[in-house]
Design a binder for this molecule. Structure first.
Ligand SMILES: CN1c2c(nc(N)[nH]c2=O)NC[C@@H]1CNc1ccc(C(=O)N[C@@H](CCC(=O)N[C@@H](CCC(=O)N[C@@H](CCC(=O)O)C(=O)O)C(=O)O)C(=O)O)cc1
Ligand SMILES: N[C@@H](CCS)C(=O)O
Ligand SMILES: [Zn+2]
Length: 717
């Protein structure tokens, strides 16, 4: 059998974030977005040349789930009067709320949540997949359009069951694509890597029976990733789809599952053996031996990536500053395409590719820590604050001046002294503003941080940072996940000078600001030669040292952010408890050394808290601030039911929108909160940091927030 090669998807943003700039220019009424987008797609097709089958329709102006909303006509009513609702669905407009945004499985990519209504009218708009297929064909390349599968699209949305309508839209699409010459289509069904109910599995069967039975259609590849396929394998194997994609990196058990169904006969197996989620070079010996086993379990083998390469940076060759011993262990998207091709050649009789430089494994164990004294006791030693104490989550707007100063520092045109002076001036401004507004617990505003994870990674040993390793986080926003490659240690304090400076400028308490161990891992590329739990403990130990230094510098309130606590929750139920145990342990190791008198805050956003509510209680923080502006205040009751009776700050203002909430609506929200939380334990804060906001709406909203807190304080006095 001749083995062939492909990848599941590719980055869209371009080597220098061309897409970000073009999209943001387009919003500002400048430039030619379509021209930039077409150039990026052309480059992408060319870069994948060498693979036997190249995917198309992997590009998106904002988000592939949003593209699917347009493609199926599932545009909610409030956008339907718009001529081109695409970016309004993503960002909202005056009086029109945007679609909700949430995490794409356990990644740091965010998608827009489809809103379905029962009986919703769905109509096919097939322009995008067709145009991208034709674009590639003009370059002489025959491609496989990639689509989000109907079941995943349905299950990722909210509001209603429209699957039967969706199936018919996809059926029409497949027929039209076939008529346009498309020979194969990839339908992504990542929801199959999570536990699925019997009715959902029955729906899977219905979808692929119907699509498989179409008279005139391309070959169908149903692709799963981010874990093990479970019982869906038997179902898909029984349909007429021609190929099944399995992830052998995040789902090693897929090998046994495949053997258990007797292998795939008369279907192709698209085997994800090159990690699409992490940046390590592939262990070629391991990949080759996996493929050798797979060759005995299928009639046609296609070597591929475990998932789309959307989640890794584009090109390692752009990096000039990485230490050779780190760099030699890495592969980004371009390099991963080459790895897939090399494995394919080797399986077809070519030379066996050189193995990855294996990481030296020397796990450095860190002992667990003892618990703090009980909350009721330690709270007496903590700051005396008014009921409904007001604060913010940490960052203030990252202005163009701040970003430009940092860019100038990097370029060497601004001295470190001048940079520090500018950041201090910014802290002065932010402290003075907070005093003027009348907030109770102040922050320094985080101006010196390029990102809440990267900033710490750059100061810890064992971490490497990239210069150009951008990965899309949502829409036009990108991050450069740092690379955690070795043992983590803290050579020197990371935040103390900034926090101490801020505290020196005010008599009000200044809250120190750290990023927690789970979030440090979730938003980084992490070594895979030891359990995540062991790596988390190393990060926690470094944070514990930082907390001790902050205390010594006179900081009495310290926030340890864990917005990604929910994100690393395993997709399958049977692995969740073990994860939550080590995640909570790591947080407690980080914070457990704090003195009784130090008030430990934590903050979480981007979370559906349901499954982690007990874990939030177990963190044993003195104050927990959560995103609640959109999910109303139900969370307060849920937390109390989980035994949480410490400080709580339900975010009262949704910072993801520039809209200024009025003092009246904030007052109403706080009245509701005091009806279920002891006012002494209730904190008043926005639902996340303000770094993506601008000053006018920040200041107006904070003033309204403080006014509302004062009103409700007076009412309960
Ligand atoms: C809270 N969120 C975060 C996640 N992951 C993280 N690692 N960090 C997070 O904060 N995941 C969940 C959410 C996702 N949300 C966001 C929100 C905002 C951004 C964002 O704004 N990203 C910025 C880049 C941030 C950064 O790295 N800044 C650097 C470099 C700035 C820059 O581009 N400089 C220019 C020159 C200056 C200029 O002209 O402006 C340049 O280098 O060319 C810094 O401040 O130094 C973005 O622009 O996308 C991401 C995720
Ligand atoms: N302290 C951070 C938390 C974001 S989740 C901030 O305020 O931006
Ligand atoms: Zn947040």
């Amino acid at each position: 059998m001749r083995v062939t090669t492909t990848v599941a998807g590719y980055p869209r943003i371009g080597p220098n974030r061309e897409l970000k700039r073009a999209v943001e220019d387009h919003w500002a009424g400048r430039g030619d977005l379509e021209k930039t987008a077409a150039a990026l797609r052309r480059d992408t097709f060319r870069e994948m040349n060498g693979l036997d089958v190249i995917p198309s329709n992997t590009f998106s102006r904002y988000d592939h789930v949003l593209d699917t909303i347009v493609m199926t006509g599932a545009v909610p009513g409030r956008f339907r009067h718009l001529q081109d609702p695409y970016f309004t669905m993503a960002r909202g407009a005056d009086g029109i709320a945007p679609l909700e945004m949430t995490k794409w499985f356990d990644t740091n990519y965010h998608y827009l949540v489809p809103e379905f209504t029962p009986g919703m009218r769905l109509t096919l708009d097939w322009r995008k997949p067709l145009a991208e297929y034709r674009e590639a064909r003009e370059l002489g390349l025959e491609t496989r359009p990639v689509l989000l599968g109907p079941l995943s699209f349905q299950l990722l949305g909210k509001g209603g069951w429209v699957l039967d309508g969706l199936i018919e839209v996809y059926a029409e699409l497949l027929e039209r694509l076939a008529a346009a010459g498309v020979t194969e289509v990839q339908l992504d069904e990542p929801v199959l890597a999570a536990d699925r109910t019997e009715p959902e599995l029955a729906a899977l069967h219905r979808v692929y029976e119907r699509l498989g039975d179409l008279n005139s259609r391309p070959r169908l590849l149903v692709s799963t990733y981010f874990g093990e396929i479970g019982p869906a394998l038997g179902i898909l194997a029984g349909t007429r789809v021609e190929a099944i994609g399995l992830d052998f990196v995040a789902g090693p058990g897929n090998l046994d599952a495949l053997a258990a169904v007797g292998g795939l006969r008369e279907k192709a197996l698209v085997a994800g053996v090159v990690d699409g989620r992490n940046v390590w070079r592939t262990d070629m010996a391991k990949a080759m031996s996996t493929c050798a086993v797979l060759l005995g379990l299928c009639d046609r083998l296609v070597v591929s990536t475990s998932c789309s390469l959307l989640h890794v940076p584009l090109d390692l060759d752009l990096e000039t500053g990485l230490a050779p011993e780190v760099r030699s262990r890495l592969a980004f998207a371009r390099q991963k395409v080459a790895e897939v091709i090399a494995i394919g050649h080797a399986l077809n009789g070519g030379p066996v590719p050189a193995g990855a430089a294996i990481a030296p494994a020397h796990p450095r164990e860190v002992s667990p820590a003892s618990a703090r004294t009980p909350f009721e006791q330690r709270a007496k030693a903590q700051l005396d604050l008014p009921p409904l104490a007001t604060t913010t989550i940490g960052s203030f707007p990252q202005t163009a001046e701040i970003r430009q100063a940092r860019a100038a520092l990097r370029a060497g045109t601004l001295s470190p002294e001048e940079y520090e002076a500018r950041m201090r001036a910014e802290i002065d401004r932010v402290i003075a503003l907070q005093e003027d507004i009348g907030l109770d617990v102040l922050v320094h505003g985080e101006p010196e941080r390029n990102d809440m994870v990267q900033y710490f990674a750059e100061l810890l040993d064992g971490y490497a940072a990239t210069e150009h390793g951008w990965v899309q986080s949502y829409g036009s926003r990108c991050v450069r996940p740092p690379i955690l490659y070795g043992d983590i240690t803290r050579p020197q304090p990371m935040t103390v000078p900034w926090a101490a400076y801020a505290q020196s400028r005010t008599r009000k308490p200044v809250k120190g600001m750290l990023t927690g161990p789970v979030t440090m891992l979730a938003w980084s590329f992490v070594r895979d030669d030891q359990p995540l739990a062991a790596t988390a403990r190393q990060v926690a130990r470094a944070l514990r040292e930082e907390i001790a230094d902050l205390e010594a510098a006179g900081i009495r309130v310290i926030q340890v952010d864990e917005p990604a606590l929910r994100e690393l929750l395993p997709l399958r139920d049977d692995a969740k408890a073990e994860y939550l145990t080590w995640a909570v342990d790591a947080f407690r190791l980080a914070t457990g050394g704090a003195a009784d008198g130090t008030q430990i805050h934590t903050h979480m956003c981007y979370s559906e808290f349901g499954e982690i509510i007990d874990a939030i209680a177990d963190l044993d923080a003195d104050v927990t601030s959560v995103e609640a502006a959109r999910s109303r205040m139900e969370l307060l009751d849920e937390l109390r039911a989980a035994g949480y009776h410490r400080g709580i700050g339900p975010g009262v203002w949704d910072i993801h929108s520039p809209r200024v909430p009025s003092a009246e609506e904030l007052t109403t929200a706080l009245r509701r909160a005091v009806s279920s939380v002891d006012p002494a334990l209730l904190w008043v804060n926005p639902d996340c940091g303000l770094k993506t906001r601008a000053y006018p709406e920040t200041e107006a909203s904070l003033r309204n927030m403080v006014t509302a807190a004062q009103r409700v304080r007076a009412e309960i006095a």
